[in-house]
Design a binder for this molecule. Structure first.
Ligand code: CMP
Length: 138
């Protein structure tokens, strides 16, 4: 059954001019782009989005990085979207990412890792609702 997930082309990939290439990988893998917007986000917005990580040592750096330049926010849809996007993205640390994955191709480091994808149904619902209003998802 079609499922929705949330994804971000992160500021490192946008800065390097990889936005189109990352979107092409996503579409080639069979995802429908339900909604998409390019924008900059504030540090407080990043902190709210990543609140589950707020005890982690990398939290402050991560939120500075995510608010360092424009990024691309997306809602994606396909059967098994959440797991399939995680597979297409590859491991969080690009050094451990499988050949052919987006992070293997485009990510520079564990923090500047090109793409975000929701890890479960409840986080997908929170993340979609955090960035997109209902009228943007038709
Ligand atoms: P993301 O999938 O967006 O979810 C949390 C983010 O935190 C992750 O991608 C990385 O960008 C970042 N991250 C995870 N682990 C580390 C780490 N050990 N050091 C720095 N950043 C990390």
């Amino acid at each position: 059954m079609a499922q929705r997930t949330f994804s971000i082309v992160k500021p490192d990939a946008v800065r390097k001019g990889y936005t189109g290439a990352v979107l092409a990988e996503i579409e080639k893998a069979g995802f429908k782009i339900v909604s998409i917007k390019k924008q900059s986000i504030s540090k407080p917005q990043a902190e709210g989005f990543y609140h589950v990580h707020n005890e982690r040592p990398f939290f402050a750096d991560l939120c500075s990085f995510m608010s360092s330049g424009p990024l691309v926010l997306m809602v994606l849809e396909k059967d098994n979207a959440i797991a399939d996007l995680r597979k297409l993205m590859g491991a969080t640390n690009p050094a451990n990412a499988e050949e052919g994955t987006i992070r293997k191709k485009f990510a520079g480091s564990i923090q500047e890792n090109a793409i975000h994808g929701s890890d479960a149904e409840d986080t997908a619902a929170f993340e979609i609702g955090y960035w997109f209003a209902g009228h943007e998802l038709v």
